[in-house]
Design a protein around this ligand. Structure first.
Ligand code: PLP
Length: 478
């Protein structure tokens, strides 16, 4: 690396550190329409390059426009915040660029990935197992269903699979990636049966059993059940023990989507949410959600290594990559990817820095913050908490003047969320729950504290008052 490149990188690092300071105007997002942003930014790819000077200017433009996901007001998706270990790891990963397929090109990285997966497996209380870091929980759900298919129809990977007579089961609040996975493995989205939930969004095991029996009665072949530990909108945990009982009785593969909730296993206070996880056949668990690692960092772990290996089989065609003498350390044999980034280092560094105890304290703190937010909402007459949070998703709506609970309420709350986005100081997501619009802040960002949450509530109430006043001016009551 020459002197100019060195100076360039030092300047970029200085700019990044400056970027991570709190924004002067408090805004974490500029509300620019795509057309406006495209018009005001130079995106042309030139015939003749502008060198590092141009690259530095582009870095600055990029930082200026980036949503401030590191700031406390960012409570929108199931991830957020930034840590020093993670930035360090990502720098090191870029500088030591490699692919995780073979030990040959990624020696220590392979051992590190094996070590983090092994520790996660221990937290799942699987006596044995094999896993891989994937491109996310969606991919983990796909791999779970693929492994289920592999176990139920071992020749399917080679001979093909006509899945039209098969069915799979998820709760009605499961993540949409399960539908995509059903399509991809050949079962078909239409054959993914959505099992009823109880009043708190958890899969009803009785309804699951009845659905399986009904489908079997219709001549269909059940493939697997996908339970969720931490649903996307409500943060519900399906009851794993009774669901595992049902799977055992019917000989079904149980995949658990713990993309969002897996971190509860670190907390002595909250790990009961996943009681029974040791009975699952496979699990996905995103470290890039509650554990705060930058995207992507996501684990898939199967209890039976032979099934995962067979599901990723390619007929030993990659003679240029895999050789028998390195068999036991080549992670590429357990992955659907060929070239794959080193996502393990950031998890390793964070884990070594925090330890299990640090992760556990993080979960407990986030749960306390979620309870604080729920209490604040309950104490406000103009807000309605939509269910006490089981995890750190806190769903609520504003009872806008005269809005009732119908479409007018949905319109008001959707408008309130638009106003939040436009203002730019807080980002929370908008979702539908039981067919009605709710606002859903989540606690998954280490920068959030009780004062952030108090600020959010005050701000929501203020914006709602403005909206109400505006609507009265626009629509005078008869
Ligand atoms: C419950 C659940 N499963 C799976 C996923 C997908 O995870 P990813 O975004 O890592 O693909 C999500 C994403 O929010 C989720 O909430």
């Amino acid at each position: 690396m020459d002197e100019e490149e060195r100076r360039f990188l030092e300047q970029v690092l200085a700019d990044v550190l400056q970027h991570l300071e709190p924004p002067v105007d408090g805004a974490i997002r500029r509300n620019l329409a795509p057309a406006h942003l495209a018009r005001t930014t130079d995106l042309a790819l030139p015939m003749v390059g502008g060198g590092l000077e141009q690259a530095l200017a582009d870095v600055r433009t990029f930082l200026r426009e980036a949503v401030r996901t590191d700031q406390p007001g960012f409570m929108n998706p199931l991830w957020g915040g930034v840590t020093a270990e993670a930035i360090a790891a990502e720098l090191v990963v870029a500088a030591t660029n490699t692919a995780m397929y073979t030990y040959e090109v990624a020696p220590l990285a392979s051992l590190i990935e094996t070590a983090v997966l092994d520790r996660m497996r221990q937290h799942l209380r699987f006596p044995e197992g094999a896993g891989t870091l994937t491109s996310g929980g969606s991919n983990g759900n796909l791999m779970g269903m693929l492994c289920a298919r592999q176990a139920a129809a071992p020749a399917s990977g080679h001979d093909g699979f006509d899945g039209r007579s098969w069915v799979a089961f998820v709760s009605e609040e499961a993540h949409y990636s399960t539908a995509m996975a059903a399509g991809l493995i050949g079962v078909g989205r239409g054959n993914l049966i959505r099992v009823a939930t109880d009043g708190e969004g958890r899969m009803d095991p009785g309804a699951l059993e009845r659905a399986i029996e009904r489908e079997v009665g219709l001549g269909r072949r059940p493939l697997c059940v996908i339970a969720t530990s931490g649903t996307t909108v409500r943060g519900a945990f399906d009851p794993l023990e009774p669901v595992a009982d049902v799977c055992e009785r019917h000989g079904l593969w149980l995949h658990v989507d713990a993309a969002w909730g897996g971190a509860c296993l670190f907390s002595a206070r909250h790990r009961h949410l996943m009681d029974g996880i040791e009975r699952a056949d496979s699990v996905c668990w995103d470290a890039h959600k509650m554990m705060g690692l930058p995207l992507i960092c996501s684990a898939f772990i199967a209890r039976r290594p032979d099934v995962l290996r067979a599901a990723c089989a390619h007929g030993n065609e990659a003679h240029y990559l895999f050789h028998d003498d390195a068999e036991s350390h080549d992670l590429g044999r357990y992955s659907l990817q060929c070239g794959r980034r080193n996502d393990a280092l950031k998890l390793f560094l964070a884990w070594r820095s925090k330890g299990d105890a640090g992760w556990g304290a993080m979960v407990d703190r986030y749960m306390d913050l979620a309870a604080h937010l729920a209490d604040r909402i309950e104490a406000e007459p103009m807000l309605e908490l939509v269910g006490r949070p089981a995890w750190t998703n806190v769903c609520f709506r504003h009872l806008g003047a005269g809005a009732g609970l119908g479409e007018a309420s949905d319109r008001f709350n959707a408008g309130l969320r638009d106003a939040l986005l436009e203002d730019g100081r807080y980002m929370v997501s908008r979702a539908d729950l039981d067919g009605r619009v709710v606002l859903r802040p989540v606690i998954a960002n280490p920068a959030v504290d009780a004062s952030t949450l108090d600020g959010l509530i005050d701000h929501v109430l203020r914006l709602a008052r403005t909206l109400e006043a505006e609507s009265q001016v626009e629509e005078p009551q008869p």
